[in-house]
Design a protein around this ligand. Structure first.
Ligand SMILES: [Zn+2]
Ligand SMILES: [Zn+2]
Ligand SMILES: [Zn+2]
Length: 166
């Protein structure tokens, strides 16, 4: 964790920004919840637990700065909420997401898998790819394993009200 923070600090310095205590508190929350997909509000509530003096506006500005510097990626899973996702170190492109339409869980695929598709797009559209967003919507392995058909019917009734992002 300390090494990660050190490298992020260097990334900021390279662009003439300082890792102020407020920014560091935000970065720590992101690192502690690396596998989550937190909204600005979520991050703020977690920062507040340890540093109650830091306001939502500061957290929000920090997240936007980190996004600009490509430390985090901003993603929206279709529920209208922007979420901040730490970019994996050394990854050329943003990782992919599997969003479960039953339980709302979000899983990640770290492998790019798009090499061939990217080649076709670059060639046929003369388009230089810098990054991409890929979200699959479907039913996760956990929900697939719940084989009880009655349970499944109850579940589909509640569809649409699920916003749980793990
Ligand atoms: Zn992610
Ligand atoms: Zn790619
Ligand atoms: Zn599921």
């Amino acid at each position: 964790m300390e090494n990660r923070i050190d490298r992020i600090k260097k990334q900021l310095h390279a662009q003439s920004y300082k890792l102020t205590p407020q920014r560091e508190a935000t970065v720590r929350v992101l690192l502690e919840h690396e596998e989550d997909h937190l909204s600005a509000e979520d991050v703020y509530l977690l920062v507040k637990e340890k540093s109650p003096e830091i306001g939502l506006a500061t957290v929000y500005r920090t997240l936007e700065l980190l996004n600009e510097l490509e430390v985090v990626d901003k993603i929206n899973f279709g529920d209208g909420v922007s979420r901040y996702d730490l970019r994996k170190e050394g990854a050329a492109h943003f990782h992919h997401h599997l969003v479960c339409i039953e339980c709302g869980a979000v899983d990640e695929i770290q492998e790019d898998l798009l090499g061939d598709v990217e080649k076709v797009v670059e060639r046929n559209w003369n388009f230089q790819i810098k990054d991409h967003r890929l979200t699959f919507h479907g039913i996760c392995h956990r929900c697939n394993n719940k084989s009880d058909p009655e349970k499944k019917e109850e579940k589909t009734e509640e569809k649409g009200s699920k916003t749980k992002i793990r």
